[in-house]
Structure formats: C-alpha cells, structure tokens
Write a protein of this length. Structure first.
Ligand SMILES: Cc1cc2nc3c(=O)[nH]c(=O)nc-3n(C[C@H](O)[C@H](O)[C@H](O)COP(=O)(O)OP(=O)(O)OC[C@H]3O[C@@H](n4cnc5c(N)ncnc54)[C@H](O)[C@@H]3O)c2cc1C
Length: 320
C-alpha cells in the first residue's frame, strides 16, 4: 500500500492527502482521519485515479453539511471534488449546468440572475449540488428532483455516464442511484420569470427558514420576538441540520420534544435549544457522543410514541 500511495502522490501531487483529518470536512467539526483523501481537479484525473487503484468502493464527501464522520475516520479511499468542480453555466435557454461541488446558494443566485424560477429553495440549503442530488434536498415542498434534467456520474471503474432524472427514483430526502457513483455535474431546469419576483421569493424562503421555529411557537410571543432577532434555526454552530427525517404527517422535532428528549445530552453532544431536531457539537463532543445521543433519542421516542425515527444525516466511517 505504501508504494501505491507514493506512486499516487507522484502522479496526482497535491490532490492526494494521506491521513487527512476529516473534522474540517464536516459541519459537526468531528471525525478521524481518511486513509487516503483524493481531491480531484478534473474528470481526467478521476478516471485515471480509479483506473489505477481499481477500488471496490470509495466514500464520497460533499460539503459535509449532512454527514457525521466517526472518530476512527474512513478506511480506504475518500473522494471530495476540488473547487475546480464549482462552476455554473447557462447551457441553453432554461437549462443550467452545474459542477457537483458548487454550493446550492450559488446556484440559486445564478438562476435568479438569469431570471429562472424554481431554484429559489436552494438558497436555504448549506450543501453542495452533489450532496443535494444524493439527499434529494429540499424545503417548503420543493426538492431537487423537481428541477433535475440529468446527472453526469463516474463509477468505480472510471466509466463516465449520464443518467436522466426520469431514471432515478427520488423520495423524501432520498435517491436510489448506486452508492459508488460520483456525481460530477448536474443539469437543472428553470422556468422563465421576472427577476424581481424570483429575488423576492428567494428572500421570503430564506427568512421563513430562519424564523421557522419561531412561527411554531405562536403562544410564546415574547420569546418569538427574542428569537426572531436571533434567528430561530441555529446558525454558526456545529450541526448538520435535521438529524431525523420527518415521519409521515409528523414533525421529528415535535416527537423529540413530546418525548422529553430536548434536554438530553451525552458529553458535549447536545440538542439545539432553537430546533430540537438539530443535534450539536457544543465544542468538545466526540462523534461517539453524538451517535450515542442520536441512539438515545431514537430509543426514547420509540418507547414513548411507537414511532421509529429514521436518520436523515449520514453516519460514516469507523469507531475509534
Ligand atoms: C443548518 C443546516 C440546515 C439544513 N437545512 C436543510 C433543509 O432545509 N433541507 C435539506 O434537505 N437539507 C438541509 N440540510 C442538510 C444538508 O445541507 C443537505 O442534505 C445537503 O444537500 C447536503 O449536501 P453536502 O454537499 O453537504 O453533502 P454531504 O453531507 O457531504 O454528503 C451527503 C451525502 O451526499 C453524498 N454526496 C455528496 N457529494 C456527492 C457527489 N458529488 N456525488 C455523489 N454523492 C455525493 C455523500 O456521499 C453523502 O451520502 C441542512 C444542514 C444544515 C447544517
């Protein structure tokens, strides 16, 4: 393996990182090292890397806003597209081509600049477009499957192909294309509209997201005012957003609250005071603390409500 790594370093230079600390790659700010982290600058490099290594499988990281990486890190190969895959261009009248490492917010802004509607919700999501496809990311009734034309992917053998949206099964925060497919670019469809209207819609959605929890607590008016000022969904904290998916006709945060789990903590892993489906690394938590807290909440909610909460965040890697 050592010789192979040295070979890789010679061939791919700074694109190969060995024993790279992954805590910098997750919004929880947690996670052990990656054996080998490959940060490719081009499709050509991805193909030649995969042809050389021939991995059975690899792990893909996007912006890390939905991923808890365990304390033991990730064995084998991890791939994270470099900023060379952060680009956007107008392909035709209403189709936008986006590199998979592009932030969702940039895509929303680009669509607005080009007077294309339907992509405003992306302004509320802190991840990359590659992650958005895997997660079928969305909010307020919109999700990426509704605006998707096609994705370009590379498989573990280094084969490049295009998959049309109609050939992917999307459901709530889920898509069913193979795990070992690395999305490299995406084509999204917008509808022509008036730029001013798009800007207003985007602003409304972003504000709504910030004040989401505030609105749910109408009774506590004083508290609302305070929270509106501070924004009600946590920001600037170490979290990956909603930990659990909302079960049918229920909100995960309400079930957590009803089950009196909102004050639970394990070490420095706690539940956000502003949104109790947001789990937080309060500074010195380990991934093990976070995972224990998640399991504790899941178990307690099941005991109290008989509802089995399903994870929205991805937990990857090995324990220490
Ligand atoms: C404060 C906050 C608020 C949030 N609000 C929302 C919300 O309203 N709605 C919502 O849906 N989500 C929300 N999220 C969760 C998260 O932002 C989304 O799931 C986002 O789409 C994840 O993108 P990412 O690039 O960070 O993916 P990552 O966390 O890096 O990865 C998530 C999954 O995508 C896969 N993946 C990433 N890139 C690629 C690629 N190029 N090819 C193939 N697979 C890939 C990974 O392997 C992994 O399985 C929120 C998160 C935070 C922190």
């Amino acid at each position: 393996m050592k010789i192979v790594i040295e070979d890789l370093k010679i061939k791919f230079g700074k694109q190969i990182l060995v024993d790279e600390k992954l805590s910098n790659y997750s919004w929880f700010n947690l996670g052990g090292p990656a054996d080998v982290l490959f940060k490719p600058d081009s499709i050509k490099d991805i193909i030649s890397f995969l042809e050389k290594i021939k991995p059975q499988k690899f792990t893909i990281l996007g912006a890390g806003s939905n991923t808890l990486i365990r304390d033991g890190g990730i064995k084998g190969i991890t791939i994270k597209l470099s900023s060379a895959f952060s680009y956007i261009r107008l392909e035709s009248n209403n189709i936008i081509e986006v590199g998979a490492a592009t932030s969702d917010k940039k895509v929303a802004d680009f669509a607005m600049e080009n007077s294309l509607t339907g992509l405003e919700f992306l302004a509320c999501i802190p991840g990359s477009i590659g992650g958005a496809i895997r997660m079928n990311t969305g909010c307020y009734g919109d999700d990426i499957s509704q605006i998707l034309h096609s994705i370009e992917v590379i498989d573990a053998k280094g084969k490049l192909k295009v998959i049309l949206a109609e050939d992917i099964n999307f459901s709530y925060r889920c898509s069913d294309f193979e795990e070992n497919l690395l999305v490299t670019s995406v084509k999204l469809i917008g509808k022509h509209s008036i730029k001013q209207k798009i800007a207003e819609k985007q602003k409304t959605l972003v504000e709504k997201k910030k004040n989401k929890q505030t609105k749910k607590k109408k009774k506590k008016k004083k508290k609302i005012k305070k929270q509106k000022k501070k924004n009600s969904q946590p920001s600037q904290i170490k979290t990956c957003g909603s930990t659990f998916k909302n079960p049918k006709n229920k909100n995960a945060w309400e079930l957590i609250k009803e089950s009196n789990c909102d004050n639970l903590r394990v070490g420095d892993a706690k539940i956000s005071e502003k949104h109790c489906n947001f789990f937080v690394n309060n500074g010195n938590a380990t991934s093990k603390d976070l995972e224990e807290l998640i399991n504790k909440v899941k178990k307690t909610v099941f005991q109290k409500t008989k509802i089995n909460l399903e994870l929205e965040i991805k937990i990857i890697g090995i324990n220490k």
